[in-house]
Design a protein around this ligand. Structure first.
Ligand SMILES: Nc1ncnc2c1ncn2[C@@H]1O[C@H](COP(=O)(O)OP(=O)(O)OP(=O)(O)O)[C@@H](O)[C@H]1O
Ligand SMILES: [Mg+2]
Length: 212
């Protein structure tokens, strides 16, 4: 069973968006998928409630209440949506649940600064230090040809953590969330640019590079 956690102490950077899309990606690959929401705000579970019945099944788990106890035993993937503002002991405890950690970052100076501190704290967690959990960064809500994206791109390239994908700012994410879908479940004519951008992220998630 693989545990993939989406986390960043910074709020609003796309943790729930990435968690729901990663869950729907693997569910459409015929894997048994659980989506564990550790945020009492429940954004991932709210998304799951909107999900049409005829779509690939995803098992919702209230991580903020019972941890991972309710995850089906036969699950192939547990996708974990972590809450914002996780620091210290809470951060260390969350990391115990995952072997793979995806950190979304927005093209914004405030977000990059907060993320630097968060990633430093994350790297100092024993499990990450010992490489028993692998981290990657994802730029989110990117707009090409903006100076701040150039800054973010440079910032992520210099960071000593794999920088695996840059996802554009797109209404498709809002649209998909509203319908309980992932962008992989939107029509190709609308979502093909997003599918292309996700390819390096899903390739990393499938590869041994994302596993200890
Ligand atoms: N690539 C994107 N394009 C457009 N909108 C996006 C994108 N990624 C996220 N959003 C929007 O940004 C907002 C914040 O995203 P999301 O809720 O996923 O962040 P979060 O990190 O989970 O926030 P929180 O810290 O509150 O849990 C949402 O309204 C979401 O629809
Ligand atoms: Mg969230």
């Amino acid at each position: 069973m693989r545990h993939i956690m989406v986390m960043n102490a910074k709020g609003g950077c796309g943790k729930s968006t990435l968690a729901t899309n990663i869950a729907s990606y693997f569910a459409n690959e015929d894997a048994i998928v659980a989506l564990a929401d550790y945020d009492p705000q429940r954004s991932s579970l709210d998304w799951l409630e909107r999900r049409p019945e005829n779509r690939a099944e995803i098992h919702g788990v209230e991580g903020f209440r019972g941890g991972l106890r309710r995850v089906p035993r036969n699950a192939d993937f547990v996708i974990i949506d972590a809450p914002a503002r996780s620091h210290g002991t809470e951060l260390t405890n969350l990391v115990k649940h995952a072997e793979t950690i995806v950190v979304p970052v927005l093209p914004s100076t405030i977000d990059m600064q907060a993320t630097t501190r968060f990633v430093d704290e994350l790297k100092a967690v024993g499990k990450v230090e010992r490489k028993q959990a692998k981290i990657a960064m994802v730029a989110n809500r990117v707009r090409d040809n903006t100076l701040i994206f150039d800054d973010l791109d440079e910032y992520l390239t210099k960071m000593r953590v794999p920088y695996v994908a840059a996802l554009r700012e797109a209404q498709n994410y809002v649209r998909a969330y509203t319908r309980g879908l992932g962008i992989f479940e939107l029509p190709e004519y609308l979502a093909w640019p997003d599918w292309e951008e996700w390819e390096p992220l899903t390739a990393w998630l499938r590869s041994v590079r994302s596993q200890p």
